[in-house]
Design a protein around this ligand. Structure first.
Ligand SMILES: [Zn+2]
Length: 137
């Protein structure tokens, strides 16, 4: 059974993506990494069509049964798309993840879609770092 991970190309989250894949037993998942990750599937027009075509060919060719949608806080692609990310970024990320999950579930009834957000947090010593990916229901 194949899995597909759709996430942001930001190299700072690469290690957490690998940890998440291990945690959900999808170590060999194909990866579709683009700026903003699931954000491109909420776009309009050509950008979304290209992204959906990529998802479709991956799902068809690799017998994908599981899709992991992963967004992260402190994402510049999101900041650029929205003109800034405030304290409600968690809500925006979760809203978009649910929207993309619905889109994919409707298009591919046999595929399970799971959503995650990688948080960006103060770590207690005055600096911040990415934490463990959290499931969005
Ligand atoms: Zn990003």
């Amino acid at each position: 059974m194949g899995a597909l991970l759709i996430s942001c190309s930001d190299g700072r989250i690469a290690a957490e993506l690998t940890r998440l894949q291990k945690r959900v037993h999808a170590e060999d998942a194909d990866r579709m990494l683009v700026p903003g990750g699931p954000l491109v599937l909420t776009a309009t027009g050509a950008e979304r069509r290209v992204a959906l075509d990529s998802v479709k060919s991956l799902i068809d060719a690799q017998n994908i049964k599981q899709v992991l949608l992963v967004s992260h806080q402190d994402c510049w692609a999101y900041e650029r798309a929205l003109g800034g990310l405030g304290f409600d970024q968690q809500e925006i990320l979760a809203r978009d993840l649910r929207r993309v999950r619905t889109l994919l579930e409707n298009q591919y009834p046999g595929v399970e879609v799971y959503c995650f957000v990688i948080p960006w947090r103060e770590n207690g010593t005055g600096s911040a770092a990415f934490g463990e990916a959290e499931r969005v229901d």
